[in-house]
Write a protein that binds this ligand. Sequence first.
Ligand code: ADP
Ligand code: MG
Length: 729
Amino acid sequence: MSTFRFQALKEASSRKPVAVEELDKKSLIFGSNVFNDKAMRQFLTSEAYQAVKNAVQHGTKIDRRLADYIALGMKEWALSKGVTHYTHWFQPLTGTTAEKHDAFFETSFDGSDPVEKFGGSQLVQQEPDASSFPNGGIRNTFEARGYTAWDPTSPAFIFGTTLCIPTVFISYTGEALDYKTPLLRALHAIDQAATDVARYFDKNVKKVTPTLGWEQEYFLVDSALAASRPDILATGRTLLGHTSAKGQQLEDHYFGSIPTRVLNYMRDLENECMLLGIPVKTRHNEVAPNQFELAPIFEETNLAVDHNSLLMDVMQKVAERHYFKVLFHEKPFKGVNGSGKHNNWSLATDTGVNLLSPSKTPMSNLQFLTFFINTIKAVYNNEELVRASIASASNDHRLGANEAPPAIISVFIGQQLTKVLEELEGVSKGKLSPEEKTDLKLNVVGKLPDVFLDNTDRNRTSPFAFTGNKFEFRAVGSSANCANSMTILNTIVAKQLKDFKIEVDNLIETKDMKKDDAIFNVLREYIKQFKTILFEGDGYSEAWEQEAAKRGLSNHKTTPKALKAKVSKQALALFEEMGVMNHVEMEARYEIELEEYVKKIQIEGRVLGDIARNHVIPTAIRYQNTLIENVKGLKEIFGKEFETIGREQIGLIKEISEHIAAINAKVEEMTEERKNANELLEIEKQAEAYCEKVKPYFDVIRYHSDKLELLVDNEIWTLTKYRELLFTK
Ligand code: ADP
Ligand code: MG
């Protein structure tokens, strides 16, 4: 008896929904575990409060004396809520969040005078053991240690009994070792560039803030069932498993009613989010069975990124209370839709205007067109970098898997805006006549409000789509830290806006053009240039791959190929120019991402080899032995006739042997290829070898194993099956 699988199934099917307390008014508890404006007003002196505000709004430094006061207030607030420990919370390049808890509790050195202490120095800076986080050789180069430093733009929060202080993680020589540092620099760069351009239209604009609204997709699997699958535990996905007879064909899961157990999980999770100030808004089923989505109200990008990272932690913790495991992997199940994390992105001014929202007046619509067109130009100029920003071993399974955006980056804008761009392309070179301007105002720019109506015209197959008042970057993977894609997107748009400003100013100064004329002239040239990146058709189709190749668009299907764009001359220069990352940081990140890729494939290869040999083959042999016994018995009873009577069984015995032999041989060969790959010294070569030499074995081994799953007696099959993983609610 394969006890583990059946025990797990028994456990899973006998679960009752875990009761969750319903909080009456969400708005009353929202952010009550966050050191937000309200808490700061209550616990800080007005001088200290103002210092934090200035740091958030204008990036001013907080001096040490004030840091002491802020720490004091923060501690008092935390103690009033039963907090005992504090931690610098940061996002190292491991892809998870990190924290090291210290107690507030201290004594003097002779053990007397026990007090709760927390001063400015503990708030501002800490020194985790940086050597255990990936650094891509930076520390070896500089022999520097890393430290964490308080990021006042993201408020401290309480989780459990710990005060968590969002921080950046940098080396002593100033290189970024985390996701947040480059993101903050990118946000600064786009603020400067976008503010300069926005001031063409409104002199009152002093700050532009990128906004981000992510949509998090995920799978839930019963924790007992997840524990019965070594592949899920070690890699977050199933490496084997025959597709279930019923999958998502009936399309009965999407927006269907949410099962009670799951609903209670979601409610519990939402309550936690409310306390943490994560403004979750929507929840629903997704396309695949046991797949769900959660989305918040959009926020300023730095905070939104922190909230997504925090959410992913909290989701897993709350899931434990409900006996679920959350799978963030982009493709946990073969033949079933994968998960993404759409990044909805826009730019907001401090005067309250969404720069990517068309509006009623011609002037503000010229502003809209300026930001809209510049964003497309930025993606066009840097399509390979955009592709690289979403590259990972797990996302490789999803991109181009006929249900997610392809590995080709294109931009969808809808019919209305396509028409508008066509008209703009026709504007005269040089100064525009008054008649032409009137015509533009009335017939082109004036028609923009219709875009709002057009916003239902959505193309779900596009990796980067305009959806009425924001761009939706859909190719981002569900397990990714959004900082990666957001750093790159904001940096390339910043660079583009900076160049745009130079071009327009140049026309105004040297060609004596009016501002509007200069803007129309530059935009017209952009539209002419970037046509190849615009695509309104079916992104999943074969035809698009061919068409994209003709257009010269890249189509990097694997991470090692896609990542190269991060260290191209163009990318290094761009990031250096925008002050986001220097070439040492860029190259370090490239290395880390390749290392991560190698490790992921290496682990998958090992786990697959183990399961194939320890689960699949022994089970197949046991079943084969039963068949052999059966055939022997038939021979005993029927003599020579057994060959006819036992034909099916004999056929099965042979078939099983063939699959076993194939699995054995392929596992052997794969192991050999792994050894070869491990011997390569350059990480680039190693990643390529894992991608091209090791990974292809996964499908072959899986093929034979999945065939065996169909042949072998269900009662002795040890690995929990797809139908059980996907349909147990
Ligand atoms: P869907 O794409 O699933 O149809 P919606 O279009 O309603 O969903 O919105 C998706 C997400 O877009 C939400 O999380 C929302 O917060 C976000 N969003 C809306 N406006 C903006 C904006 N100006 N900037 C960034 N994100 C936004
Ligand atoms: Mg969406």
